[in-house]
Design a protein around this ligand. Structure first.
Ligand SMILES: [Zn+2]
Length: 321
């Protein structure tokens, strides 16, 4: 094993993947629930088979690893047959091609779940982005920043999602992003992403349904560091939107960790904001200079104050009509 396979970031990712919920504790098995007994005689909602005392199994619409506990409670419970439970494995319910009613319940749960933020301006627009993501099977991944190299170490366990989706991620990371395998076994797969491609590679996975949890060192308080891509809930996004002035749409107070859909648009957004601020300042300076040339001494005095506030020396105006 070479040195870069043995860094604190690799250790942090492997430790997270070896702990619940990415690895169930020994002896902990999905358990039959009272609800399963009550469903005996009904049809399995995904395959239509009649549920019996031996085949009815309590299950979650969204696996816990995909949906960190949010106080959602019993609305996440369904009863499936043992065959469907086995076919689904650790994967998203989408693997079983569920009927529309279950898809709606899944979407409602995931709308309340954690997501990587977008900077869209309306709740409806945010939900459209999230709906595009949750059309893919949800997966839960773990990542850490490697301080020594600037790389990102990213991994998943056998409980992170369905094997087909995770195999698709493997191909994309390996052949599109140039990721290097650090650790591969039946129980976990860990990759090293070069810093130049790490953010775009992770956003590609996010757009394909991945929820990436950051482990290891704390993220710095800057927006475009990948570790600022914190998973927040839709209600957190709504709270963020509520901090806008309803009249002007401007943010009230300090901006929170709102991110864009893609890293490139973070940069475009920042450039746009800087350009807009520069335009506003130039317009204010022009206006104050015109007022500083007024024949009214009170107007001139106020304009001098404005120019000082804008960091322009009133002496430089040199225009007293
Ligand atoms: Zn079934």
């Amino acid at each position: 094993m070479n040195d870069t396979n043995n860094t604190p970031a690799v250790a942090a990712v492997c430790a997270a993947l070896a702990a619940p919920p990415f690895a169930l504790r020994s002896g902990e098995k999905p358990r039959a629930h009272q609800a399963a007994r009550q469903a005996i005689g009904q049809r399995c909602p995904t395959c239509g088979d009649r549920l019996t005392a031996s085949s009815a199994r309590w299950a979650r619409i969204v696996p816990l690893v995909h949906l960190p506990p949010l106080g959602i409670g019993d609305t996440d419970r369904i009863v499936l047959c043992t065959g469907c439970v086995a076919r689904r494995g650790a994967g998203d319910l989408l693997v079983l091609r569920p009927p529309a009613e279950l898809l709606e319940r899944r979407a409602a749960l995931l709308h309340q779940a954690q997501h990587h933020l977008t900077s869209r301006l309306s709740r409806a627009a945010i939900l459209r982005v999230l709906d595009a993501r949750i059309a893919h099977p949800r997966t839960a991944l773990v990542a850490a920043h490697d301080a020594a190299t600037g790389d990102v170490v990213l991994g998943w366990s056998a409980l992170s999602g369905d094997p087909d989706t995770l195999a698709g991620f493997l191909v994309r990371l390996r052949f599109q992003s140039g990721a290097r395998a650090v650790h591969a076994s039946d129980s976990m797969s860990v990759w090293r992403l070069p810093s130049s491609v790490s953010l775009s590679a992770m956003w590609m996975l996010i757009e394909h349904g991945a929820l990436i949890r950051c482990v290891g060192t704390q993220p710095p308080a800057i927006d475009d560091d990948w570790r600022a891509c914190w998973p927040l809930r839709v209600d957190s996004i709504a709270r963020q939107l509520d901090r806008r002035d309803p009249e002007t749409g401007w943010a009230i107070g300090a901006p929170g960790p709102v991110l864009s859909v893609m890293p490139d648009s973070i940069r475009r957004r920042d450039a746009k904001r800087a350009a807009s601020a520069a335009r506003d300042r130039a317009a204010s300076v022009t206006d104050a200079r015109q007022r500083a040339a007024s024949s009214d001494p009170l107007v001139r005095f106020a304009a001098m104050g404005d120019l000082l506030d804008l960091g322009v020396l009133p002496g430089a105006v040199g225009a007293n009509a």
